[in-house]
Design a protein around this ligand. Structure first.
Ligand code: MN
Length: 411
């Protein structure tokens, strides 16, 4: 699959933080006070030997619109996480939000949301089941840097279990902020853990320069005392995670944990935002702030007719997962609403009826008085032109949101 990415000129600054080889950032005193991990042994030169350690790579990553990268299907941090797991034959666990529409796939709303979560010191719920982190000797934690910190959902993970005595390794992707103290914050969370030197890579590099990224990941792992897992030892060349094989899991033992996440709806977008923009010929317009309270997710409005035109046409664009609340277009006579589907894929549902799939070219008439909702599919952008049918004493009544469980059950 060839993906077009918005390639912006950018000075690739690789920030390999620290690089103190084979050295932990922990103090001796603290290490001695913790339980001895028999799988992680000290070698004669005082470095650690992880050959027999049980290793888990935990990461949070997101697809959708990314700063300096464009719209992506595999998250930047996910790429790095898979490289680590592949090289060490470690287990892999992706942290996902409990609700798959929790974070916006658009960049700007996401940054606002992330800031809000950080300011409120929130703990967004993650999707269960999660593996038992405590069963591992070494846990890698990876995430994008959001506002100079771990995304708040990582703290939900950190606090979900007691990892004291384990060896922890942070890694992150960013667009210029470097490690931003994520390693220090992890250490603060687990003062009695050995927190090894982390790796910070730019997200754009991870996306676009896979071979270079692979090399940096391997060099870093070896610097902090890890060696390539034995199953791979016959080949000196690491197996690169190629851009066109984004979902290939080459580590066999990754499979068991991947299964955990396979029950989740596929978050991949059917169409990239860039491709969607090209077919969204009536234009996305601006963020629909006025009615945002009646929508789940972000929607955008582009008025197509001037104010003096007797019938108003508006192109409404829904981000993936976005839909409006149940509502009724009331009218004493006539009225109702016509939806003319223009781009992407979505749903319309009238109360008591099955949902109707919406695709470009589909026209739906919603009679006045019918309780209904409309919006995007969970993994697709969607646009329709909305037209209020002329009537007498027309009004709109907004009701409850569409139930998450019901919506997420739709394909
Ligand atoms: Mn409607």
């Amino acid at each position: 699959m060839i993906r077009k990415l918005l390639v912006l000129s950018f000075c690739y600054t690789l920030l390999l933080v620290g690089c103190a080889p084979r050295q932990s950032s922990n103090s001796k005193g603290e290490t001695d006070a913790t339980p001895v991990d028999v799988a992680v042994t000290q070698t004669s030169d005082g470095t650690k030997d992880f050959a027999k350690a049980k290793i888990l790579v935990v990461y949070f990553s997101r697809t959708g619109e990314q700063y300096n990268v464009g719209v992506i299907r595999t998250g930047n941090t996910a790429i790095v996480a898979k490289m680590i797991a592949n090289y060490l034959k470690a287990d892999l666990y992706e942290v996902k939000t409990e609700k798959n529409t929790h974070y916006s796939t658009s960049y700007d709303p996401l940054t606002t949301q992330a800031k809000k979560e950080q300011q409120g010191n929130q703990r967004p719920a993650f999707l269960k089941p999660a593996p038992k982190l405590n069963d591992y000797d070494v846990v890698f934690f990876g995430a994008p840097v959001w506002w100079g910190d771990w995304p708040m959902i990582m703290y939900t993970i950190f606090e979900s279990t007691d990892l004291q005595g384990k060896t922890l390794v942070p890694f992150c992707t960013h667009e210029g902020s470097g490690m931003s103290g994520l390693d220090v914050k992890l250490k603060k969370q687990y003062p009695k853990c050995d927190v090894l030197t982390g790796l910070a890579l730019t997200g754009s590099e991870a996306q676009k320069k896979r071979d270079q990224t692979q090399e940096k990941v391997v060099n870093w792992l070896e610097d902090i005392g890890f060696t390539q897992a034995e199953a791979n030892a016959q080949s000196n060349e690491p197996e690169p995670v190629k851009a066109d094989e984004e979902e290939t899991e080459s580590a066999e033992n990754v499979d068991t944990l991947v299964e955990i996440t396979e029950t989740v709806a596929n978050e991949e977008l059917n169409m990239s935002k860039e491709a969607f923009d090209k077919v969204n010929v009536f234009g996305q317009g601006t963020l629909n702030e006025k009615y945002a309270q009646f929508f789940i997710g972000n929607s955008y409005l582009n008025p197509l007719t001037d104010a003096e035109v007797p019938i108003q046409l508006v192109n409404v664009t829904f981000e993936p997962g976005c839909r409006n609340n149940w509502h009724i277009h009331h009218a004493k006579k006539g009225g109702g609403q016509i939806l003319i589907c223009t781009a992407g894929e979505g749903w319309y549902q009238a109360e008591g009826e099955d949902p109707v799939e919406l695709k470009p070219g589909k026209v739906v008439f919603i009679p006045a008085g019918v309780k209904h909702w409309h919006g995007a599919k969970k993994d697709s952008w969607f646009s329709h032109i909305a037209l209020e049918a002329p009537g007498e004493e027309t009004s709109n009544e907004w009701l409850e949101p569409v139930d998450d469980q019901q919506y997420n059950a739709l394909p």
